[in-house]
Design a protein around this ligand. Structure first.
Ligand SMILES: *[C@@H]1O[C@H](CO)[C@@H](O)[C@H](O)[C@H]1NC(C)=O
Length: 238
């Protein structure tokens, strides 16, 4: 009687063990597939890009040449040009040049107008007439900072001297690079990021959630970013 009971117990035990192994095999296979998919998508991410850094730099310089330090003129020049250059079936551009919101990130504070946001690119006007300073954040995208008016300064540990980016220049922050930056006095830039945008969003929201508690700005930023990403997904722009 006793021996029969124990043999039943053993067979149930081994069934449980093999179920458990099967569950782990399934989980590991799913993780393996996701990693493979992720690295595949990362290797082909350039296919999803519409804008390119060189023409955005040329456009920024042309806008500065035409409008000097007149920011409304520069912004209108850039948005009008982009809207004329790229068909609305290829990429969605937000034409509302009055749609500004505060942006607090990495200790720096400014305002931004989102010209474009999708899964692999964003294009914004960012800056402040007061000047600001902070941590760049660690990003999963390459970031091209086209200075439009004013000057941006930057620094990396070991640099000892400041890097200076005047109006008309580009400050490229490759994916993963981290800097301290300062928009000395006033500065506005056309910021173009290409890479994986969603993982950058927590950095963009962290200061608001842990410090400013400016929930109307949080809501406005989330709503407009989401709206622009969805507008792009609907036309097949990843
Ligand atoms: C947009 O700007 C670029 C750079 O200045 C220029 O070469 C191009 O002709 C402009 N396109 C339109 C449609 O205005």
């Amino acid at each position: 009687m006793a021996s029969k009971k124990s043999s039943v117990k053993t067979s149930t035990g081994s069934t449980q063990a093999s179920n458990c192994i099967m569950r782990w095999v399934t989980r590991l296979s799913i993780i393996g597939l996701l990693v493979a998919l992720g690295s595949y998508l990362d290797s082909v991410r350039e296919r999803f890009y519409v804008f390119d850094p060189k023409s955005l730099h040329e456009l920024s310089q042309a806008a500065i040449a035409a409008h000097g330090e007149n920011m409304p003129g520069i912004i209108d020049h850039i948005v009008t040009n982009l809207t004329a250059t790229y068909p609305s079936t290829q990429i969605a551009i937000n034409p509302d040049q009055k749609e500004w919101m505060f942006n607090n990130a990495g200790g720096a504070m400014g305002a931004m107008y989102i010209i474009h946001a999708s899964i692999t690119e964003y294009l914004i006007i960012f800056g402040t007439p007061l000047g600001t300073e902070g941590h760049s954040g660690i990003h999963t995208a390459d970031d091209y900072f086209n200075i439009l008016v004013g000057e941006q300064w930057a620094f990396q540990p070991g640099g000892l001297e400041l890097e200076r980016y005047p109006a008309g220049s580009v400050h490229l922050m490759p994916r993963g690079v981290v800097k301290q930056y300062k928009m000395h006095k006033g500065c506005f830039a056309l910021e173009y990021a290409r890479g994986w945008i969603p993982p950058m969003l927590p950095f963009g929201f962290a200061d608001t959630l842990t410090s400013t508690l400016d929930f109307p700005t949080f809501y406005r930023t989330a709503r407009i970013t989401g709206r622009e990403m969805i507008r792009n997904l609907l036309i097949g722009k990843i």
